[in-house]
Design a protein around this ligand. Structure first.
Ligand code: S3P
Length: 450
């Protein structure tokens, strides 16, 4: 339930080399899915390495409200006693998903084909975000939604007591929408088919398979065609959550732009639907290597080694890669400021409907810190100044967006002057150990209240 607290102003001061190991927390996407699918299985799912950030804790509370027994055993070990597909109980109170679009959209999908009613809300950021992208497809199953104008939260969903299966082409590249439809399809009879033109993160499909659902993915001219057979009995699993590549992005990018740095970020999931940033950084000339490459739990994993890279070049980022790095554009735009020449990012209209309008939030903050940016509805260009030439010195608004706050903190590490944010509180949604972790590498990030 982030965003309700007092703002926490934070400043990142230029620092010396970043060195050492950065053990980043568990993957946010996989953590949400572990709790939700655990709640829909029959029996006890064990989870290790769960991300204990605000977003995921809100999902854990929500699963309890729907009747699952969710227990925190300490040290990232959790268990979920599920109620089975279609077994959700009606929550007695409003479900507050805090800052989390993934949480609210996946849970709406999961309850949409059960004959219960639930009301959802969130913080000021989440309550601005579009929900029609989920309520449109769940209406096809027979669910009804009543929310605020523009399809915004707070919103009540009346689940379909007699759901029908659907065939749905997802109109925008969104793993959340794809996942909401698949989770709704779990309690519909027959086959639910989801088609996505561009491949988005496939954790839901992989995990559904692991829980014993019948699910296939075929590539066709129309894109990826995912077929799920409804009403399976999901079998509880033991899940080791890999570490989050989207969180790894921050120490990796900080090391690349901070002189003398050499940082190892161990055990990072490199699922191809998530690893686009690292390919992009290498194309820009970053000294980023994969060490100890291996497979764990069906996912490619490696230790990332990032070193200071003085000769970064601006590039045109392949728009076909956008979905695989959609959460990483804010921090990429910071790296782009330290590169020579322009970094062109196209096909990224989805950035405007994240926790904040991320193009606007980053462009405004970059400009305040002396970096020129051009932008359009679904593109932006950062005019890089080259290593050592980024002025910094400004205070930026984080707009209740964890990735905006962390991106500007990374910028301050290598700019000529400190960079501040008005509120670093949202960082706790996805990366609650960001400050001690970065301090351990040698960064100087301070809260104004200390
Ligand atoms: C997520 C999907 C992405 C991403 C978000 C996590 C997920 O959102 O931005 O942080 O876990 O499915 P969209 O589905 O809106 O692209």
């Amino acid at each position: 339930m982030s965003g309700h607290g007092t703002p926490i102003p934070m400043t990142s001061h230029p620092c010396g080399p970043l060195t050492g190991q950065a053990h980043v927390p568990g993957d946010k996407s996989i953590s949400h899915r572990s709790l939700i699918l655990g709640a829909m299985a029959v029996g006890e799912t064990r989870i290790s390495g769960l991300l204990e950030g605000e977003d995921v804790l809100d999902t854990a509370r929500a699963m309890r409200a729907f009747g699952a027994e969710v227990t925190d055993h300490g040290g990232g070990e959790w268990s979920v006693h599920g109620v089975g597909v279609g077994g959700f109980a009606e929550p007695r109170n409003v479900i507050d998903c805090g800052n989390s679009g993934t949480g609210v959209r996946l849970i709406m999908g999961a309850m949409a084909t059960t004959g219960i009613t639930a009301t959802f809300t969130g913080d000021a950021s989440l309550n601005k975000r579009p929900m029609a992208r989920v309520t449109d497809p769940i209406a096809l199953f027979g669910a009804q939604a009543v929310g605020r104008s523009g399809g915004r939260l707070p919103m009540t969903i009346v689940g379909a007591a007699d759901p029908v299966p659907v065939r749905y082409e997802v109109p925008m590249p969104s793993a959340q929408v794809k996942s909401a439809v698949l989770l709704a399809g779990l309690n519909a009879p027959g086959q639910t088919v989801v088609i996505e033109k561009e491949a988005t993160r496939d954790h839901t499909e992989r995990m559904l398979r692991g829980f014993g659902a019948r699910i296939t993915t075929e590539n066709s001219d129309a894109g990826r065609v995912i077929t799920l057979t409804g009403q399976p009995e999901l079998k509880p699993q033991t899940i080791a959550v890999p570490r989050d590549p989207s969180s790894a992005a921050f120490p990796v990018c900080a090391a690349i732009i901070t002189p003398g740095s050499d940082v190892l970020v161990p055990n990072i999931g490199l699922n191809p639907t998530r690893a686009g940033l690292f390919t992009t950084l290498r194309e820009m000339g970053a000294d980023l290597t994969y060490e100890n490459e291996r497979e764990e739990g069906g996912e490619p994993v490696a230790d990332l080694r990032a070193r200071f890279s003085p000769d970064l070049k601006g590039i045109e980022v392949d728009p076909a890669r956008a979905a695989s790095m959609i959460d990483e554009y804010p921090v990429l735009s910071v790296v782009a400021a330290f590169a020579q020449g322009d970094t062109v990012m196209k096909g990224v209209g989805e950035l405007r409907v994240k926790e904040s309008d991320r193009i606007d939030a980053m462009a405004t903050g970059l400009r305040l810190n002396g970096v020129a940016v051009d932008e359009g509805e679904d593109w932006w260009i950062v005019h890089g100044l080259g290593h050592g030439n980024v002025p910094g010195g400004a205070t930026c608004e984080s707009h209740l967006d964890h990735r905006i706050a962390m991106s500007f903190m990374v910028m301050g590490m290598a700019a000529q002057n400190p960079v501040s944010v008005d509120d670093g509180g949202p960082i706790a949604t996805s990366f609650p150990i960001f400050e001690p972790l970065m301090a351990g590498l040698g960064a100087n990030v301070a809260r104004a209240d200390r």
